[in-house]
Design a protein around this ligand. Structure first.
Ligand code: ATP
Ligand code: MG
Length: 473
């Protein structure tokens, strides 16, 4: 079974919850506990200082009576919820807010030593075992004439602080629970928007790898995942067309090789077994020669197209006179034209017209276009080859008054092996690769080629080339 990411995510989520709980119950608890203790002791300390510097001093100086002092302290006791003592240096409790003072029989804290506070103004504990439960005890010295006479000590039960502490901790737990829930929501969102689409994409990618390019990916989100799915679908589509093209190409090639080979085989066999008598053999040998030439041409064209490869062809740019190339190419057709009584009309711009391109390849383009024009022209017609300049470009046009190309074939003539039904009767030798080569060459130059044609009237091919500008040098 394939491993999925769910258990990992679930474990991560649980770990997040457990770690969160541990952090709140230990770290947060300790921090809030310490914070509450400090905060409480500092406010109690303020109270103790006020009592020490005000009431206690007044009491020591006999400005107020013991009863007055007790009464005030008791009121404060109620207000603070804490026990307030005035204790002397020896540990005698002079005043206790919760007990009436018996001056003759003072309570004493044995071993009382202010140094036990350890340099701080508060400490926690049962205060020399005086209390049953833990207290927060805060002291402030009573100084008269720069001499410490005793201390005001305020005791507050830790229990009252704990309640506050628990309250705060509960808020932390509640916050944690909300965060935990939010994380769950985020998790669900993550699973829905990332993991599920990813699964669909992976499934489709596997199908593509197995050659099934029809598999659809129904992920249409407007984000990276959506773009990924769209790119993958696009790629699958391209691969599918590529595969179809390749299949078509191979079947065309095999067909084009098979028919001449079959006819050659048939004639040779017939000659060998005497079906074709020796006096007739010359005629059939000529047919065999014709078919062999066709095969030769086909192989050459295929090799040519193959050379272009996937990344286009190498262009060997030079500066040359296009008018001259046109004239030279036209000359090579003189023989064929004489046979068909076809004449050429050359309308060339300037005496010389320089372009920057691959000369031998452009010569091949012009050759293929003129070859087509002658093949598909009627006897006694003429072909016009024209060069013009427009917007820093040179345009070369090859125009005939031949059979023309039907409208629905115009888009297909650039495809490999495509031949219109009209042309089949006129040219049996053609492979349908000439224009495919022409197109590749023009595209490799980053230029354009167009065709204008009317069935039964004629055809014009026009392509552009970069004009050579002396100022560019
Ligand atoms: P090859 O060029 O290999 O000899 P081909 O001439 O048949 O074969 P292309 O040059 O690729 O192949 O042309 C493809 C088809 O386009 C031709 O078969 C023909 O049907 C049509 N075509 C091309 N040029 C012309 C033209 N000038 N007039 C009429 N039809 C044309
Ligand atoms: Mg051709």
């Amino acid at each position: 079974m394939k491993k999925t990411i769910y258990p990992k995510i679930f474990c991560g989520y649980l770990i997040f919850g457990i770690v969160g709980f541990i952090v709140v119950s230990t770290f947060t608890s300790r921090i809030t506990g310490n914070y509450i203790k400090k905060h409480e002791s500092s406010s109690l300390y303020k109270e103790a200082t006020i009592i020490a510097s005000d009431y206690a001093v007044s009491y020591y100086n006999n400005d107020i009576t013991l009863a007055d002092f007790e009464e005030r302290i008791e009121a404060l006791d109620n207000y603070l919820g804490a026990q307030i003592w005035v204790i002397d240096i020896g540990g005698d409790i002079l005043v206790n807010s919760e007990k009436k003072t018996d001056l003759l029989n003072l309570e004493n804290i044995e071993n009382f030593d202010i140094m036990d506070f350890g340099g701080k103004y508060y400490k926690t504990g049962t205060f020399y075992n005086y209390f049953q439960e833990e207290q927060l005890s805060v002291f402030a010295p009573i100084s008269i004439n720069y001499k410490v006479k005793g201390y005001v000590i305020i005791h507050k039960p830790m229990r009252s602080l704990s309640a506050y502490h628990f309250g705060l901790l509960n808020i932390s737990y509640a916050t944690l629970a909300i965060l935990f829930l939010c994380a769950l929501l985020l998790l669900i969102l993550f699973v829905r928007s990332v993991i599920l689409p990813m699964r669909k994409i992976t499934r489709a990618a596997n199908e593509y790898a197995n050659g099934n390019f029809d598999q659809k990916i129904d992920v249409y989100s407007n984000d990276e995942i959506g773009y990924l799915a769209a790119s993958l679908s696009y790629m699958a589509n391209e691969l599918k067309t590529l595969e179809e093209d390749q299949r078509k190409f191979v079947s065309n090639v095999s067909h084009d090789f098979r028919s001449p080979l079959t006819s050659i085989k048939g004639y040779v066999e017939a000659m060998l077994d005497g079906t074709i008598p020796p006096e007739m053999q010359e005629k059939y040998l000529n047919i065999i020669l014709f078919e062999t030439e066709r095969l030769n041409k086909l192989t050459k064209s295929l090799l040519e197209l193959n050379k272009f490869g996937k990344h286009g062809m190498m262009i060997d740019t030079s500066t040359f006179d296009i008018n001259n190339v046109v004239k030279m190419t036209v000359r090579t057709f003189e023989g064929t034209c004489k046979e068909k009584r076809i004449s050429f009309e050359l309308i060339l711009t300037g005496k010389e017209l320089y372009v920057k391109a691959d000369m031998s390849k452009i010569q091949q383009v012009i050759y293929n276009l003129i070859d087509n024009a002658i093949k598909f022209s009627h006897h006694d017609s003429f072909i016009t080859v024209e060069t013009t300049i427009k917007n820093e470009k040179v345009f070369v046009s090859v125009k005939d008054k031949g059979i023309g190309i039907p409208g629905d074939s115009l888009g297909k003539i650039w495809e490999r092996f495509y031949k219109t039904d009209l042309s089949r009767g006129k040219d049996k030798k053609g492979t349908g690769l000439g224009l495919a080569i022409v197109k590749e060459i023009i595209q490799a130059h980053h230029e354009n080629i167009n065709v204008i044609s009317t069935e039964g009237v004629g055809t014009e091919f026009i392509f552009s080339l970069p004009l050579y500008n002396k100022e560019d040098e």
